[in-house]
Design a protein around this ligand. Structure first.
Ligand SMILES: C[S@@+](CC[C@H](N)C(=O)[O-])C[C@H]1O[C@@H](n2cnc3c(N)ncnc32)[C@H](O)[C@@H]1O
Length: 225
């Protein structure tokens, strides 16, 4: 049975995975970065520990650590259960099994949970919801979106995607989005339409190959400058 989600699930990746997904170079890490829909990823926590600067936004941050932990626990059974039924859609190399996937994600999300209260006080975790953000024009060098836009093509409209991406372009000099596939590893029909719209607005939008491929065929990101 294909994956089916009724809502966008809280599920978190590591800094190493963000580096692969977004072709982040050591120079890129020094930029002022905003992660849009970072949820319970450990990217912010790990980057901060290494002395870099990231602000993460997500509607999830309205909840307490305890409430987020409960949502993650509920999500775990759903995501891992559906992954067992859809194993042929993934490349089981860097992550060798569904069990290893669950362990890896839970380890990242634990790092996030430990850091959450401190990061909220330091205004590194900001409760905010695309497509409207309160940051100033070009306040950031780089805006990232991992496993939110395009992935949930079945739930989020084309208009939502366009508005969200234009908002990311407003607040950052460069935008990178990964993956370009939906939850069932099908190339999102929105991607080409988004590129056409962005080009018509004078923005350079290109598809770039990255060194991360877990969903089969999912080794591309959209880079907008
Ligand atoms: C699957 S998680 C991905 C988390 C993280 N980016 C990663 O790759 O590990 C998707 C996240 O998108 C967030 N989200 C849902 N709607 C959003 C919106 N309108 N604006 C920003 N984030 C949103 C969810 O709360 C969730 O944390």
């Amino acid at each position: 049975m294909p994956y089916k989600y009724d809502e966008i699930v809280p599920w978190g990746r590591s800094m190493e995975e963000y580096m692969w997904m977004f072709n982040l170079t050591p120079e890129n890490l020094k930029l002022k970065i905003i992660g849009c829909g970072d949820g319970p990823a450990s990217f912010n926590s790990e980057m901060t520990k290494q002395g870099y600067h990231v602000i993460s936004i997500d509607p999830l941050y309205q909840y307490t650590t305890q409430q987020i932990q409960e949502r993650i626990n509920e999500t775990y059974d759903n995501v891992i259960g559906q992954t067992y039924q859809n194993q042929e859609k993934f490349i089981w190399e860097r992550i060798p099994s569904v069990k290893a996937l669950g362990d890896l994600r839970m380890a990242s999300m634990k790092k996030f949970l430990i850091d959450f209260e401190k990061g909220k006080k330091e205004e590194r975790y900001v409760e905010a919801t695309l497509p409207i953000l309160s940051f100033k024009d070009k306040e950031f060098d780089l805006a990232l979106s991992s496993h939110f836009l395009f992935l949930y093509t079945d739930i989020l409209t084309f208009e939502f995607h366009l508005d969200a991406i234009l908002e990311m372009c407003r607040i950052a000099k460069e935008v990178r989005i990964f993956p370009l596939l939906n939850v069932n590893s099908i190339f999102s029909p929105y991607v080409e339409r988004i590129i056409t719209e962005l080009n018509s607005l004078g923005k350079k939008a290109i598809i770039e190959i990255v060194s991360y491929e877990f969903q089969k065929g999912g080794n591309q990101m959209l880079r907008i400058q």
